[in-house]
Design a protein around this ligand. Structure first.
Ligand SMILES: [Zn+2]
Length: 655
């Protein structure tokens, strides 16, 4: 097929020929695996690029989307409107398809030649093997799909048509009753207002997809969206508001729920080892009167800075990023240059024409590690488009490799081809590995409903378990949770028995490796299913007759008696000053503050830390982190205070 490309001899031609021989895996498309190829020219000309261009050059939408017209009439109408489009790259794809697959020998399609082509192509496409023929002629081995979350993923070969979990509906449309209905139907899990039901539903979808060979999770995102974590309390409020009011729920609740769902998906990508394809920057319905799929546009105000928390929070999740327009490419190049988990992905939509591809691809090739760029994907709806679109990319790529690498840097053609192969094919396989090629699943995953376990590299699983432990702390929204017990900072891994999403994150029986990684001696320190010491009798038994001898906290000093003797006081009460000693900035000497505040201050401080009634979900974590430190600091202050009194009194005696 290369003869149609008219590439001149020279390094570019050599590189192009070599790239053409590489069998492709197309890492993103909208192919329907049950009807992957076209059956008439209407399937090709109905592609939104033609309908929107025909419309933008004057054809009324009603002539294109008239439901009463058949495929042949639609083609006749569109062909009648093609002349203004003849200069576009999209038009060349169409001609390329007709020449490559249907023996068309002209370079324009018009009202005098379309019908013969229509009839001949219809016969060719009627072949039972048509889709295999197209794949073969296009030198394509496999194609990634875009599957709705409730796709059964049955009835097709998932080695050729690779499932990909598309999550737009889950993140942005959960307020729609029909979307929630679909989710409940496919998972068997009803959203009951608990975050656990939400997470379980999403996780069930991951299990379903991964068990059927999914190699990516994907979403397209509007420029206004900034993914950030949403605390459990806020997420719960948002979920309940959306469940009660649906689309009428307040926009702030819908947004909070979107962010929560998105974040949970990222956690699941981490857990299941799936890359998360982000297609960033689509403003939907900018031109609502446009033809189907011809209404959306990019927004130059989009910035990847909105994703910084996501990229930082999930270092083990690969984020292949597509930007809608070339204006965002430099930012993408920079992010992929700095973040190990950011990967530049293809040339999407409005940036998918030769001049933008050329500029963007060159910028990526000269600045991003070669392992972190996926050269191209077709985004095709019908198999026939994979060939001309990839061919457009191959031609641009061979030009960039020839000019920049062979011409300017003196690379050999072979070395340039190697780089081309890497971005065209090898990186697709490495960035989206087959599930079975990944490491063994975590212990406990085997208990999942799905027969085939998801692939989870051990390190990722451990990271998730750690994240789960952190989350335990956040989940104490509910008053019935036994706060005092969990304040025992010596057993950070002791989990609550009830709580939101957590039980799902922590295996019932962690493997030795996980336990080691967690740095916790024993994750089963507390069996809180059997409450103890809570009855009056139990408590009475715990009370010892003599007051508890805490020993000599200061090791080599005897605190209380010495103090009272030195000061000549009959009793000792810790005072405010003891906690507020500050060194004089000029002399370095410790001085007593002059303002006389409550003398029992430090006692109160002590009580505050231990008073469970003061705990809120927000400060529990902080206290857990700080309490050991606080106690240590307190001991230090007391110790220091005593030293000071010694010195001070000695000084007084001396004067
Ligand atoms: Zn797409």
């Amino acid at each position: 097929m290369s003869e149609s490309s008219n590439v001149n001899n020279g390094p570019k031609s050599e590189i192009y020929e070599a790239l053409t021989s590489i069998r492709l895996i197309d890492p993103h498309s909208h192919i329907n695996p049950h009807s992957p190829a076209s059956s008439t020219l209407a399937d090709l000309l109905g592609y939104h690029y033609y309908t929107e261009l025909a419309h933008s050059s004057g054809m009324p939408k009603s002539r294109i989307e008239d439901p009463s017209i058949g495929p042949k009439e639609l083609v006749e109408r569109l062909v009648g409107g093609l002349q203004p489009l003849e200069n576009t790259a999209q038009y060349s794809w169409l001609i390329e398809i007709c020449r490559t697959f249907f023996g068309f020998e002209e370079d324009r399609l018009h009202l005098n030649n379309w019908e013969a082509l229509y009839d001949r192509s219809e016969q060719i496409m009627a072949s039972a093997q048509w889709s295999e023929t197209v794949l073969d002629q296009s030198n394509v081995q496999a194609v990634f799909l875009t599957n709705d979350f409730d796709d059964a993923l049955e009835g097709f070969d998932t080695d050729t048509y690779i499932p990909c979990l598309r999550t737009d509906d889950l993140v942005f449309h959960l307020a729609k009753p029909e979307v929630r209905g679909r989710l409940a139907t496919c998972t068997g899990i009803e959203l009951d207002g608990s975050l656990e039901s939400l997470r379980s539903s999403l996780k069930q979808r991951f299990e379903h997809f991964v068990s059927r060979g999914a190699r990516a999770c994907a979403i397209s995102i509007p420029p206004s969206f900034a993914p950030t974590p949403v605390p459990d309390g806020r997420a719960s409020t948002a979920l309940n508001a959306v469940l009660q009011k649906g689309l009428a729920a307040d926009a702030s609740h819908r947004d909070a729920l979107s962010r929560r769902v998105f974040w949970t998906l990222a956690e699941l990508c981490d857990e299941f080892g799936l890359p998360f394809d982000l297609m960033i920057g689509v403003n939907r319905q900018v031109y609502p009167e446009g033809v189907f799929q011809g209404q959306d546009l990019y927004d130059s105000r989009v910035s990847l800075i909105q994703y910084r928390e996501l990229f930082n929070s999930f270092p083990n999740v690969k984020f292949p990023i597509s930007v809608l327009a070339s204006v965002t490419n430099q930012e993408l190049v920079s992010y992929a240059w700095i973040f190990p988990n950011v990967i530049a992905n293809g040339h999407w939509w409005y940036s998918n024409t030769p001049s933008f591809i050329s500029r963007d691809a060159a910028a990526r090739l000269e600045a991003i590690p070669q392992t972190k760029q996926i050269g191209y994907y077709s985004d095709a709806y019908k198999l026939e488009f994979i060939w001309p679109k990839f061919d457009m990319y191959r031609q641009v790529l061979s030009g960039v490799l020839s000019d920049q690498f062979v011409g300017q840097r003196g690379w050999s053609v072979e070395r340039a081809v190697e780089l081309g192969r890497r971005v065209l094919r090898d990186n697709v396989e490495e960035i989206f590995p087959r599930p079975e090629r990944a490491a063994a699943p975590l212990a406990g995953e085997a208990e999942s409903d799905e027969a085939q376990s998801p692939s989870i590299p051990g390190a990722l699983g451990v990271a998730t378990a750690v994240a789960g432990v952190t989350e335990i702390v956040e989940s104490f929204d509910t008053p019935e949770t036994s706060v005092p017990e969990t304040l025992d900072t010596d057993s950070p891994a002791a989990g609550p028995s009830s709580d939101d999403d957590l039980s799902l994150d922590i295996d019932a029986l962690p493997g030795d490796e996980e336990v080691q990684e967690l740095g916790v001696d024993d994750v089963e320190l507390i069996d809180d299913s059997a409450p103890e010491g809570t009855s009056a009798e139990d408590l009475a038994n715990l009370v010892e007759e003599d007051s508890l001898d805490v020993g000599n906290l200061l090791e080599d000093e005897e605190p209380a008696p010495e103090i009272t003797q030195l000061r000549g006081e009959s009793s000792f009460s810790p005072d405010d000053e003891s906690l507020q000693l500050e060194s004089d900035p000029t002399t370095g000497e410790f001085t007593l503050p002059v303002d006389g505040s409550d003398s029992n201050n430090d006692e109160e401080e002590f009580i505050t830390i231990n008073d469970a009634s003061d705990l809120t979900a927000d400060n529990v974590e902080e206290l857990l982190e700080d309490s050991d430190e606080s106690k240590a600091a307190e001991a230090e202050v007391e110790e220091f205070d005593l030293d000071f009194l010694d010195e001070d009194d000695e000084g007084k005696e001396a004067t």
